[in-house]
Write a protein that binds this ligand. Structure first.
Ligand code: ASP
Length: 293
């Protein structure tokens, strides 16, 4: 029936200097799109496609998710992740998890289990363990030298690189997924926008699917992803809805950031108010693209 489509992001923020790093970002975005696209082309649901795409990005330590996450004030890793299915708005999310290799797979497990929507900390980790998801032996396994150095310098503020994906499948199903190490230098126990429905992640198959990145506290206050949904429900175009969410709503709370969104017709929008947002997209009608600035 519908036009299948997928978009991914690798975080909004300042443009990272150095071409070599940018080449790696483009390559990782392409691999993520490929993972999501093959799921969609095989007729699998959008939820599978976004989890496949985010899993690829989590495995890439260039991004602020899973291994490669930024560090808290205490020098620890605390990750948030969420997946949302548009058909029934089912949410699976985990918050402040420390030892999980692939937080997005744990978020998917929470969704499939259907008991709670959001689990945090040790109880989420115990669920991962009981279901055979990979835990790291030591927290150090998730910490890269680059992030350790940033933490020592106290250069917390510019560390974007949250990852996300949104997709539309053949049956018209929409889904969104987001995974992050949070904000560099955050207090231990801080939970950002990513795992909260309507803030960093949202999907409703009647309107659209959204994954946000940027100033988490402002995204939360703006209910940024939900603002896209509200405007789509009012009949506005995806481009208008997405831009208003970033440039009006998020800006109103003093936040910078961006989002990727797909609507029920397969249109895509990727506005951002930061200098850069690494992103990639593919639709059944067109080819694959990636961009940073
Ligand atoms: N929004 C994320 C958080 O606040 C960070 C980011 O997207 O850069 O946890």
């Amino acid at each position: 029936m519908s036009r299948v489509a997928i978009a991914v992001h690798g975080g909004a923020g300042r443009r990272r200097p150095g071409g070599a790093c940018e080449r790696e970002i483009h390559a990782a975005l392409l691999r993520a799109l490929e993972g999501g696209r093959s799921a969609l082309e095989a007729g699998r649901p959008a939820l599978d496609a976004v989890v496949a795409a985010v899993t690829v990005l989590e495995e890439e330590e260039l991004f602020n998710a899973a291994r490669g996450s930024v560090l808290t004030e205490a020098g620890t890793v605390e990750m948030d992740a969420a997946v949302m299915r548009g058909e029934d708005r089912a949410l699976g999310a985990v918050a402040a998890v420390r030892s999980v290799r692939q937080p997005i797979k744990l978020a998917r497990l929470v969704l499939d289990r259907g008991r709670e929507a959001i689990l945090c900390g040790e109880s989420a980790e115990a669920l991962a363990d009981a279901n055979g998801l990979e835990l790291v032996a030591e927290e150090e396994d998730l910490i890269t030298e680059h992030r350790r150095q940033g933490w020592r310098r106290g250069s917390g503020s510019a560390s974007h690189g949250t990852v996300g994906a949104v997709a539309l499948d053949r049956s018209g199903g929409l889904a969104a997924a987001t995974s992050t190490g949070g904000r560099a230098g955050q207090s231990a126990g801080r939970i950002g926008d990513t795992p909260l429905p309507g803030a960093g992640t949202w999907a409703d198959s009647g309107t659209g699917a959204v994954s946000c990145t940027g100033d988490g506290e402002a995204i939360l206050r703006a209910a940024c992803a939900h603002e896209v949904h509200v405007r789509l429900r009012e009949g506005r175009s995806l481009a208008e809805a997405a831009e208003a969410a970033v440039f009006e709503e998020l800006a109103r709370f003093g936040g910078d950031g961006g989002l990727i969104a797909v609507d029920a017709q397969g249109n895509l929008a990727m506005p951002f108010s930061t200098e850069a947002m690494s992103r990639g997209w593919w639709t059944a009608k067109g080819s694959t693209h990636t961009a940073i600035a």
